[in-house]
Design a binder for this molecule. Structure first.
Ligand code: ZN
Length: 167
């Protein structure tokens, strides 16, 4: 097990579309294990493979561990289907964009379909924070970050805040 370095925005790897996971082998199981360790160490509730420089469609999340209950989930080749029309706006942070948070509007309830670490294709209905977290991580696999959900003015302001902090 090891904690991996986390890629920081504006690294170009955070803007690329990731390739599907082709097979679940020992190397992938090790990567998933390291990604969980990296996420808990950060500390965060979700981490996508491109955030550790691996350009594959894979993320790990645990939406509840900070409240004392561990619900680790490793998702390969995830797909999101929106359920219902309700949206909500919540402040989101990102381990690759440390120090700023953006108000992001997303669907409240989704069906997340993915391949688990055993190679089984599963679907689950997520809402609340878990739904937000899964959508945030899926965004990373398509090269999107929280900035990409903002209008131009809000984006410019937040990017300037971030750049000022990281210089
Ligand atoms: Zn993120």
């Amino acid at each position: 097990m090891s904690v991996l370095p986390i890629v920081a925005w504006p690294d170009p790897r955070l803007k690329r579309i990731c390739a599907p996971v082709e097979r679940i082998d020992d190397a992938l199981r090790q990567l998933v294990s390291d990604m969980f360790e990296t996420m808990y160490d950060a500390p965060g509730r979700g981490l996508a493979a491109p955030q550790v420089g691996v350009m594959q469609r894979l993320f790990v999340m645990d939406a509840t561990w900070k409240e004392g209950t561990r619900t680790p989930l490793a998702c390969m080749n995830p797909e999101v289907a929106v359920l219902g029309e309700a949206l909500s706006t919540n402040e989101e942070a990102c381990l690759s964009i440390k120090g700023v948070a953006a108000d992001v509007t997303r669907p409240n309830q989704i069906e997340l379909t993915f391949t688990d670490i055993e190679g089984v294709r599963l679907s689950m209905i997520l809402e609340g924070f878990a739904a937000i977290c899964a959508q945030h991580e899926c965004d990373h696999l398509d090269g999107r970050v929280i900035f990409d959900h903002l209008d131009d003015a809000a984006r410019d302001a937040l990017e300037a805040e971030y750049r000022a902090m990281t210089q």
